[in-house]
Ligand binder design. Structure first.
Ligand SMILES: [Zn+2]
Ligand SMILES: [Zn+2]
Ligand SMILES: [Zn+2]
Length: 501
């Protein structure tokens, strides 16, 4: 697979593009085998880890996309809820469960296909909880979050999840274990537990308040707190949700229920069924969050597809960006004429409507004009680049990368990053002069220091120009297919590409 992820600094750093904008990354408290650490990751990487953690078993691609949008919107809306503890979101079901290890290309593309898209309600990101399986009856948000007051999370029957399979479950709990679990969760229970009754139900029929009784003593407890205590202490497969009946049986407490999770918002089992019957991710989201809108910004912009001869452009402003597409096609032809590398047929250029959405989608700082993954080019707003005189150079640079990476992938030649960046820059700008320093990969990959990145690109280009003087351009183009000759590799690993006259 050709997924050379290259960080691209096209042309010059863009002055003025670095002003503070909405946060494009999330600080996560990650639990690993080696303990707890706080890591910062771009929002889109967070989204892939969240769908890996919460819905990796989905078969429907549309349901996965719906989940990506729900997870992304949830993260944006809840961003900073753990700020007092020094991070934004935790990696458990309290926020969203993350599984960084389980990210697959399929999940990455579900996130990428909807990059930057959020669910909006009245100009703000919506509150988008989701649930494993509502058991055929979605819950009203007020049953779980009494003060929330949003009109798009209401009780309704779900015609889709019952098509999947029976979601009935049972759990029979040992009364002493139940009391111990309550105690460990610092919840009060009776001294002896003989029976549990549902003393109050939500409008969808779920348990809301429980009465725990034994030896003439009885204690009221919210069904939600009870379920969390059981889940935490005895395992999440005990009480899967609040939709159940409960009775005493042979000295144990027997819960018989259906569905799992709180039942509010998107029902994952139902979403999967909708996707499998041909519904789109927009239809899925509209079904579970009625009244909200999918869009890249609060202005409800959404991607529209412009098809060129060889390149497809996704943009929110097709009228305005048609010219940029024509430019890109012209540049692609020129690249092929010069290098003889074909620009592949299904290149996609995504033009973001503003800097915020570009940064959110790519995790790049504002001074990076574009970001290419495989055949997909993410581009800052074309109008912004044009104003800075950087549109053509950026498009050339990125298209050149796509062509070069395809060519290199044909033969699996291992090309160092400095060579790829330097060659692209040389072919696009033809400039660069003698330095003997070979920049390391990390200098290209870091996003904190614009001067350092600029130096790395300059040095890489200078090295390539030296090689062109020495071996000629055709030789270098050939190396893309065959790999660097040993003498160059050796020289570069010892940090000294010979300077030529
Ligand atoms: Zn580059
Ligand atoms: Zn949390
Ligand atoms: Zn459902």
């Amino acid at each position: 697979m050709n997924k050379a992820l290259v960080l691209l600094l096209a042309g010059l750093p863009l002055p003025g593009a670095t002003t503070a904008v909405a946060s494009s990354s999330v600080k996560i408290e990650l639990r690993t085998e080696r303990g707890v650490k706080i890591v910062e990751m771009p929002l889109e990487r967070y989204v892939t880890a969240a769908i890996a953690g919460e819905s990796s078993v989905f078969r429907s691609g549309e349901a996965l996309k719906a989940m990506a949008i729900a997870a992304r919107t949830y993260a944006v809306r809840m961003h900073g809820r753990h700020r007092a503890e020094g991070f934004d979101l935790c990696d458990t079901t309290h926020c969203q469960r993350l599984d960084v290890e389980a990210v697959t290309p399929r999940l990455v593309s579900a996130a990428a296909d909807t990059a930057g898209e959020l669910l909006w309600f009245e100009g703000s990101p919506a509150f988008t909880p989701y649930t494993r399986d509502c058991g055929g009856q979605a819950e009203d948000a007020s049953a779980v979050w009494p003060d929330l007051g949003v009109p798009y999370l209401t009780r309704h029957s779900d015609e889709y999840c019952p098509r999947a399979r029976t979601s009935a479950w049972q759990w029979s709990g040992d009364p002493r274990k139940i009391l111990e679990a309550l105690q460990r969760s610092r919840l009060r229970g009776p001294h002896v537990l003989d029976r549990i009754e549902i003393s109050d139900r939500t409008s969808s029929g779920r348990a809301h308040q429980l009465l725990l009784a034994g030896n003439g003593e009885s204690v009221r407890i919210s069904a939600g707190s009870f379920r969390f205590a059981m889940g935490r202490e005895l395992g999440w497969n005990t009480l899967r949700g609040d939709r159940y009946e409960v009775r005493s049986s042979n000295g144990r407490i027997l819960f018989e229920g259906s569905g799992s999770g709180h039942g509010v918002g998107l029902c994952q089992l139902g979403a999967e069924q909708m996707g499998l019957t041909g519904k789109s991710y927009r239809q899925i989201l509209a079904y579970y969050y009625p009244g909200t809108l999918v869009g890249l910004t609060g202005r409800e912009l959404s991607w529209q597809r412009l098809a060129g001869d060889a390149i497809t452009m996704l943009t929110t402003q097709p009228e305005q960006d048609r010219v940029a597409l024509a430019t890109a096609e012209r540049l692609a032809k020129r690249i092929t004429e010069r290098t003889k590398w074909p620009v592949p047929a299904n290149v996609e250029i995504r033009v973001y409507p503003d800097l915020d959405t570009f940064r959110n989608a790519t995790g790049e700082p504002g001074w990076v004009a574009a970001h290419t993954e495989g055949r997909r080019i993410h581009l800052q707003p074309a109008s912004l680049l044009r104003r800075k005189g950087a549109l053509e150079s950026t498009l050339s640079h990125e298209l050149m990368h796509v062509a070069l990476e395809e060519e290199a992938a044909q033969s699996r030649a291992a090309l160092p990053l400095w060579f790829r960046e330097g060659l692209v820059n040389y072919l696009v700008s033809g400039q660069g002069n003698g330095v003997a320093r070979i920049p390391s990969d990390s200098e290209f990959r870091q996003t904190a220091d614009v001067a350092k990145a600029h130096r790395a690109y300059g040095d890489a280009t200078a090295n390539v120009v030296n090689l062109v003087h020495r071996y000629g351009e055709p030789a270098l183009l050939d190396w893309v297919r065959r790999g660097l000759p040993a003498e160059v590799t050796n020289a570069s690993t010892s940090q000294a590409v010979t300077k030529s006259k």
